[in-house]
Design a protein around this ligand. Structure first.
Ligand code: ATR
Length: 288
């Protein structure tokens, strides 16, 4: 009898619906987020379902609303929908408002809320995983698109000595620097003019490598002992990293940022913070 009761209890718990999450993008099939969140849940002994959701390019809003209507708890949002995700939400955090974009949605008290965990992910990877000092650092942020805009405020919150934004289209860099002028020491440059400064950290936030295009950034921005970070990961970051290392700089791709933004998302959804080091190492080893 006792055995039967145990079986019944087991069956009962196995039928409790799991909290459901997705990463929405287009394309999204190769996203590492489902693997990352599966590792987090296993580590914390929680049962969640986390899947990919490919929305049609003109259909993000309908796809996201249908997911939440069907009982979904939360969504990560990736390219090209981060601005639409921000616009969809009925409430947005300061971080999402500063970025004008959201990579995080949650349904809370019947409304859809937006946040942006990308900048927190970048800062956590640089400062906590890679030991890069941000306080007092001279930072060159390369790029002035959506990816760059999402990390300016979180970087400035670390009190760098300077945050210089360099972009191919200098007007975009100037307007981004102006937008955040009240938050810290920002300035703007054309990409080819970036060699004139000395930087402790160079962050690549352009989409040049993912488009398969060369990045016209002078090699002189990479100094021996400085740090270079590409927000892309894997093969897309290889060229930037090789250039930085050839000048004696330390360098990393953005795999750690990906895992850290996921950990911050998990924490916001579920109130528990997963450990990230083992997950980063596992993905880096290609074993996940
Ligand atoms: P994302 O959301 O990925 O940032 P985006 O808003 O289109 O996409 O911005 C792309 C960024 O990559 C921009 O800073 C862009 O420079 P421009 O503003 O001058 O277009 C930069 N970028 C893309 N391809 C580039 C290339 N081949 N060389 C230099 N910068 C490039």
């Amino acid at each position: 009898m006792a055995g039967l009761a145990r079986t019944r209890r087991f069956r009962f718990t196995s039928h409790i619906p799991m909290d459901r999450y997705v990463v929405v993008g287009n394309p999204v099939a190769h996203s590492l987020s489902p693997r990352i969140h599966a590792r987090f849940a296993a580590q914390l002994g929680e049962r969640i379902e986390y899947a990919t959701l490919e929305a049609p390019l003109a259909g993000f809003r309908a796809a996201a609303l249908a997911f939440f209507k069907s009982g979904g708890q939360g969504a990560n949002v990736t390219l090209p929908f981060k601005v639409e995700a921000f616009e969809l939400a009925e409430h947005a955090s300061d971080r999402a408002r500063a970025a004008g974009a959201a990579n995080f949605l949650a349904k809370r008290d019947g409304r859809i809320e937006a946040d942006n965990t990308d900048g927190a992910g970048l800062v956590a990877d640089l400062r906590d995983n890679l030991g890069v000092r941000l306080d007092g650092a001279r930072i060159l942020l390369v790029g002035a698109g959506g990816a760059a805009r999402g990390v300016v405020a979180p970087l400035l919150a670390q009190h760098p000595r300077a945050l210089v934004i360099a972009n191919r289209d200098v007007e975009r860099a100037t307007s981004l620097a102006r937008r955040f002028a009240a938050a810290g020491p920002t300035s703007a440059l054309a990409l080819e003019a970036a060699a004139s400064g000395e930087y402790d950290l160079v962050v690549n936030a352009t989409s040049a490598s993912t488009r398969g295009e060369p990045l016209a950034l002078p090699d002189a921005v990479f100094r021996a002992g400085a740090f270079a970070y590409d927000m892309a990961y894997g093969p897309a970051a290889a060229g930037f990293i090789a250039r930085a290392r050839s000048r004696g700089a330390h360098a990393s791709d953005g795999l750690g940022m990906l895992v850290e933004q996921a950990a911050e998302s998990y924490f916001l959804w579920r109130g528990r913070r997963p450990a990230t080091a083992a997950v980063i190492a596992e993905l880096r080893a290609g074993a996940a």
